[in-house]
Write a protein that binds this ligand. Structure first.
Ligand code: CAA
Ligand code: FAD
Length: 379
């Protein structure tokens, strides 16, 4: 087994690291505090190719592998998890979903501007009463022949107000349960589509999370992704890859906090020596570095499975489960290593701790990852 990265993968990782340090770090505390979306920075990420990394070049993407995407997600997330969730949703849910299952017309019309970062997209599955229990979709898409009429509410939608294109999961044939669900492409500005209030969040406060309302929105049939009834399968297949991106986000949050804690422990003195020289702190660092390496290997394993066309439902869920729980543990330790300084905003680790929490919740909670993993083991 060869763990060596290719020259191209190293170049992409380093480009993401430089971008994060030079462009995302300045202002990250202020954006968090004021809940400001990183508009300028996301535009630059599009220009640098970070928003359609895995999309084929013929559709405006970078044609890169999933390993490169994981490396870039880790670097961006070390500094700004609000920017990396925009990147993750656009790359692995929206662009991947359209490229894999969209028609040629849908790809030309929507995927090309999404992959180049000219516009960004959103993935809309969750509802007020359908989060983990995702088959209980209430948003309806009534078949009117050449179009659908969509009614309902989506909750917690990342890029809710900044997106231009929304992949919306709706129920068409309620009597068929999850086999009656469709995925529709809905554009901002369609009559009856209303963006609701922005959520005031614990973490990833620079990302814009909104509810969305659909009141008799007329959606042409050509905007359906895949065959009639393919929508739930579309959502599950897309989320399987999305979970690799969020696992890499959790990994980045943890490794960002660890790097800050390591540095701080070598500078801060107590009882006549650097705190890193106290074994209690040195052992915390040893545990953190080990857990981060485990999470990195799980992320890369899932990414390799995807790149090599092996099934990645289980490896992606394992990577997300482990990396998310690990990020929560290790960001708490990073705050502890900083003592009182860790509790204030200037030192960044309190923000990373708050940001870590969401990785245990979205794209399937940690409990849901255990359902996915155990079903895969037991089938
Ligand atoms: N690929 C293809 N099909 C799949 C699949 C997969 N990975 N996983 C499940 N399915 C299919 C099943 O085969 C089944 O179809 P058939 O009956 O035809 O075989 C169908 O989906 C229903 O599956 P289950 O019977 O297993 O359904 P369930 O009700 O028990 O729920 C679940 C399964 C895994 C818990 C699912 O509901 C789930 O993933 N819930 C979590 C939802 C989630 O992750 N939401 C994230 C929203 S997006 C987001 O959060 C973005 C962001 O933050 C940035
Ligand atoms: P619930 O499903 O009500 O779960 C509550 C608790 O019960 C959890 O601990 C859960 O693990 C547990 N639980 C539920 N069922 C089981 C079970 N069978 N066994 C064991 N435990 C169980 N959704 C989108 O569609 N698109 C987005 O872009 C998006 N972005 C988000 C951004 C943010 C900031 C947030 C907070 C959420 C976002 N979500 C998005 C929604 C997210 O995916 C859901 O919040 C998540 O799937 C959990 O659903 P829920 O909040 O309804 O919790």
């Amino acid at each position: 087994m060869d763990f060596t990265l290719t020259e191209e993968q190293i170049m992409i990782r380093d480009a993401a690291r430089d971008f994060a340090r030079n462009e995302l770090l300045p202002g990250v505390i202020e954006r968090d505090e004021k809940q400001q979306f990183p508009h300028e920075q996301i535009k630059k990420m599009g220009e640098l190719g970070f928003l359609g990394m895995m999309t084929a070049p013929e559709y405006g993407g970078g044609g890169m592998d999933t390993v490169s995407y994981v490396l870039a997600m880790e670097e961006i997330s070390k500094i700004d998890a609000s920017a990396s969730v925009v990147m993750s949703v656009n790359n692995s849910l929206v662009c991947w979903g359209l490229e894999t299952y969209g028609t040629e017309e849908q790809k030309q019309k929507y995927l090309v501007p999404l992959a180049t970062g000219e516009i960004i997209g959103a993935f809309c599955l969750s509802e007020p009463e359908a989060g983990s229990d995702a088959t209980s979709q209430k948003t309806s898409a009534v078949d009117m022949g050449d179009h659908y009429i969509v009614n309902g509410t989506k909750n917690w939608i990342t890029n809710g107000s900044t997106a231009s294109v929304y992949l919306v999961i709706c129920q068409t044939h309620a009597e068929k349960g999850h086999k009656g669900i469709n995925a529709l492409i809905i554009e901002k500005g369609m009559d009856g589509f209303v963006v609701g209030l922005k959520e005031n969040k614990l973490g990833i406060r620079g990302s814009d999370t909104h509810s969305l309302m659909f009141n008799n929105v007329k959606v042409p049939k050509e905007n359906r992704i895949g065959e009639d009834g393919f929508g739930f399968s579309f959502a599950m297949k897309t989320l399987a890859g999305g979970r690799i991106g969020i696992a890499a986000q959790a990994l980045g949050i943890a490794s960002g906090a660890y790097e800050l804690a390591l540095q701080y422990s070598k500078e801060r003195k107590a009882f006549g020596k650097e705190i890193s020289q106290h074994q209690a702190i040195a052992f915390k660092l040893a545990d953190m570095a080990t857990e981060i390496e485990v999470a990195r290997l799980l992320c890369l394993k899932a990414a390799c499975d995807k790149d090599e066309k092996r099934n990645y439902d289980q490896s992606g869920a394992m990577a997300k489960l482990y990396a998310a729980d690990m990020a929560m543990r290790n960001t708490v330790e990073a705050v502890q290593i900083h003592g009182g300084y860790g509790f204030v905003k200037e030192y960044h680790v309190e923000r990373l701790m708050r940001d870590a929490k969401i990785t245990q919740i979205y794209e399937g909670t940690s409990e849901i990852q255990k359902i996915v993993i155990s079903r895969s083991l037991l089938k």
